[in-house]
Write a protein that binds this ligand. Structure first.
Ligand SMILES: [Zn+2]
Ligand SMILES: [Zn+2]
Ligand SMILES: [Zn+2]
Length: 142
């Protein structure tokens, strides 16, 4: 996405297209997998300080530009959400590496609904897989 497109996108959502916000969106677009606040702050090299990175990300989440992934380890990861298909994540329980898992099955919702006694509809779901990445598997063998 070009800088001018990011500017347009930010303005369409009611944000001021500051250099910092543009850099942050560009960093998210550049990431193949969800990133932590620390990683994103490092990528934009001081265009925003850590507190502002957090604040901007949260306002992007509220505006639907960005998706936050909570992994229950007190760390949040963020990924660009516009025009991205529904998908899941796989996380390394050792080093925290996180990757997108492409594809999902509607059968999941049907199974959950069938098993439920008090729900009649499901709007969405989130599902994370946990395991060991290859480098960590090697480490644990040694
Ligand atoms: Zn790992
Ligand atoms: Zn993802
Ligand atoms: Zn799914």
């Amino acid at each position: 996405m070009k800088t001018s497109d990011i500017t347009t996108l930010l303005r369409a959502k009611g944000f001021r297209a500051t250099q910092g916000k543009i850099a942050l969106i560009a960093a998210l677009l550049d990431s193949p997998s969800p990133e932590s606040i620390e990683t994103l702050a490092g990528k934009i090299k001081g265009a925003l300080d850590a507190a502002n990175v957090y604040r901007s990300l949260e306002s992007f989440v509220a505006a639907g530009l960005v998706r936050r992934i909570d992994l229950g380890n007190a760390k949040s990861y963020y990924e660009f959400a516009v025009d991205r298909k529904h998908h899941h994540h796989i996380v390394c329980t050792d080093c925290g590496r996180i990757e997108d898992v492409k594809g999902c099955s509607e059968a999941l919702d049907k199974t959950a609904l069938k098993a439920s006694t008090s729900f009649s509809a499901i709007q969405s779901h989130s599902l994370e897989f946990f395991g060991l990445c290859r480098p960590c598997t090697k480490k644990s063998v040694r």
